[in-house]
Design a protein around this ligand. Structure first.
Ligand code: NDP
Length: 435
C-alpha cells in the first residue's frame, strides 16, 4: 500500500482479490511463505513514453503513452489499449492486474498486460487519429511482438485505431504477424471478435440464470454504455428474447420503454461507430424515448443489469435501487464497474452477480482464438468461433461454481473467479522459481 498509495483504482482491484485469495493461500500449504500475491502486484515492467503528434491546424501536442507488462508466467502479455483522458498508471495497473486473472480463467496461454494513452479521441478527425496512432506505435513497437506482448482494443480503441497501429508496426518491423488482435477481417482478424465481449457477457449471465432454472426470455434488461461491449451485449440479449430498455454514454442515458429492437440497435451502431455521435441523438429519431442527462440507468426497473461502460459507474445506492426494483442478475461487461459497496449489496441480497474478470473474458478469449488462427494461417467460420466462445464462457462459469460455492446454495462468483484465476498463475510462478 505504501508503494502504491497514490493509485486508488489499483488498490481497489488488489484489495478485492486479496480479500478472497489470502484466506485461500493460508489454507493451501504449497503457497505458504512464497509471497506469491506480493510478487503478482508488482508489474514485471511498466513503460511510459512521449507521444507527440500534429493536429489538423498544425499545432503540436504531446500525450503520455503507457504499456504495463504485468505477468507473463502463463503466456505472453495480452491486454487492450485504452485512449481516454483519464488514463494514468493507477487505471492501467488495475486493468493489467485484473487482466492477469481473466486471461488465466480463459484456459488459453496468455499473460496479463494493458496500455494506452491519456489522449481524448472525441472530436478528432480521422487524420488526427491516424497521426496519433502512428506516433504511439513508433515507440510501442520496440516493446511488443507476437510472442512477447499482443495488445488489443479497449475504450477509445476500436477497429479504426487497430488498423492504424498495425500499419505502423508492419512498416517498422517489415513483417506481417499477429501482433495485435481486433484486426480487420481481410488482414488477419477473426470473425466474432467485435461481438465477443458483449456476447460473452450475456452467455455468462445466461449460465447464471440457468442455475435458477431461468433464462433471458421475456426479461427486461438495462445496459450502460453504447460502445463496442454495450452494443453486442444488447444484440445478444435481444436474440435471447429479452427487452433492452436503456443505453448510455458519458453524457447520460436513454430510456426506450418500447424496447431497443434490432432496427433501433442498428441505428445506434451507425450513430456511434460511423457518425461518432452522442447517445442523446437517439431521441431525435425515436421520439417515444427519453434522455436523462448526467444520469446512469440503474434507477430503471429491470430483471437483469449489464454495466458495459467503465470502472466505478455503479455505486452502493445504485445497487440498492436495482435491488428495490427487482433486479435478479448483474453481469459486468466493463472492467470493475461496480464499486465495492455495490458488490456488498448484491452479495447481501444473494442475487446473481458476475465480476468482469469472469463475465467479460469472452473478448480476450476470442483474441486468443484470433492469435491461434494467425499462427495457423487459417480463418474459422463465425459458427466455429462462436461455439468456442460459448464453450469458454461455460468453462469459466463452471470454475466459478467450483471455487465460489458457499455450500448453502449461493455462489460467490467474485471469490470463484479470483481463486480459479489465481491458482493457474500461482502454480506457474511456483514452478518457474523466483524470477
Ligand atoms: P468503447 O470506447 O467502445 O465504449 C465505451 C462506452 O463507455 C461509451 O459509451 C462511453 O461513452 C462510455 N464511457 C467511457 N468512459 C465513461 C465514463 N467515464 N463515464 C461514463 N461513460 C463512459 O469501449 P468498450 O465498449 O470496448 O469498453 C467498455 C468497457 O468494457 C471498458 O470497461 C473496457 O475495459 C471493458 N472491456 C472491453 C473489452 C473489449 O473487447 N472491447 C474486453 C473486456 C472489457 P463516451 O462515448 O461518452 O465516452
Amino acid at each position: 500500500r505504501s508503494r502504491n498509495g497514490h493509485e486508488p483504482e489499483f488498490l481497489q482491484a488488489v484489495q478485492e482479490v486479496a480479500e478472497t485469495v489470502i484466506p485461500y493461500i493460508a489454507s493451501q500449504e504449497i503457497y505458504n511463505g512464497k509471497n506469491i500475491l506480493l510478487r503478482m502486484v508488482e508489474p514485471e515492467r511498466a513503460i511510459t513514453f512521449r507521444v507527440p503528434w500534429v493536429d489538423d491546424d498544425g499545432e503540436i501536442h504531446v500525450n503520455r503513452g503507457y504499456r504495463i507488462q504485468m505477468n507473463s508466467a502463463i503466456g505472453p502479455y495480452k491486454g487492450g489499449l485504452r485512449f481516454h483522458p483519464t488514463v494514468d498508471m493507477s487505471i492501467l495497473k488495475f486493468l493489467a492486474f485484473e487482466q492477469t486473472f481473466k486471461n488465466s480463467l480463459t484456459t488459453l496461454p496468455m499473460g496479463g498486460g494493458k496500455g494506452g494513452a491519456d489522449f481524448d479521441p472525441k472530436g478528432k478527425s480521422d487524420d488526427e487519429i491516424m497521426r496519433f496512432c502512428h506516433s504511439f506505435m513508433s515507440e510501442l513497437f520496440r516493446h511488443i511482438g507476437p510472442n512477447t506482448d499482443i495488445p488489443a482494443g479497449d475504450i477509445g480503441v476500436g477497429g479504426r485505431e487497430i488498423g492504424f497501429l498495425f500499419g505502423m508496426y508492419r512498416k517498422l518491423r517489415n513483417e506481417f504477424t499477429g501482433v495485435l488482435t481486433g484486426k480487420g477481417l481481410t488482414w488477419g482478424g477473426s470473425l466474432i471478435r467485435p461481438e465477443a465481449t458483449g456476447y460473452g457477457t450475456v452467455y455468462f449471465a445466461e449460465n447464471m440464470m440457468k442455475t435458477k432454472n431461468d433464462s433471458f426470455d421475456g426479461k427486461t434488461v438495462v445496459i450502460s454504455g453504447s460502445g463496442n461491449v454495450a452494443q453486442f451485449a444488447a444484440e445478444k440479449a435481444l436474440h435471447l428474447g429479452a427487452k433492452v430498455v436503456t443505453l448510455s454514454d458519458s453524457s447520460g442515458y436513454i430510456l426506450d420503454e418500447d424496447g431497443i429492437d434490432e432496427e433501433k440497435l442498428e441505428f445506434v451502431m451507425t450513430l456511434k461507430n460511423e457518425k461518432r455521435g452522442r447517445i442523446s441523438e437517439y431521441i431525435d429519431t425515436y421520439s417515444n424515448a427519453k434522455f436523462f442527462e448526467g444520469e446512469t440507468p440503474w434507477e430503471v426497473p429491470c430483471d437483469i443489469a449489464l454495466p458495459c461502460a467503465t470502472q466505478n459507474e455503479l455505486n452502493g445506492e445504485d445497487a440498492q435501487k436495482l435491488l428495490e426494483n427487482g433486479c435478479i442478475c448483474v453481469s459486468e461487461g466493463a472492467n470493475m464497474p461496480s464499486m465495492p459497496e455495490a458488490i456488498a449489496e448484491f452479495h447481501k441480497a444473494k442475487i446473481l452477480f458476475a465480476p468482469g474478470k469472469a463475465s467479460n473474458a469472452g473478448g480476450v478469449a476470442t483474441s486468443g482464438l484470433e492469435m491461434s488462427q494467425n499462427s495457423l494461417r487459417m480463418s474459422w467460420s463465425s459458427e466455429e468461433v462462436d461455439n468456442k466462445l460459448k464453450d469458454i464462457m461455460n468453462d469459466i462459469h463452471e470454475k466459478c461454481l467450483e471455487y465460489g460455492d458457499d455450500g448453502n446454495g449461493f455462489t460467490d462468483y467474485v471469490k470463484g473467479a479470483n481463486i480459479a484465476g489465481f491458482v493457474k498463475v500461482a502454480d506457474a510462478m511456483l514452478a518457474q522459481g523466483v524470477v
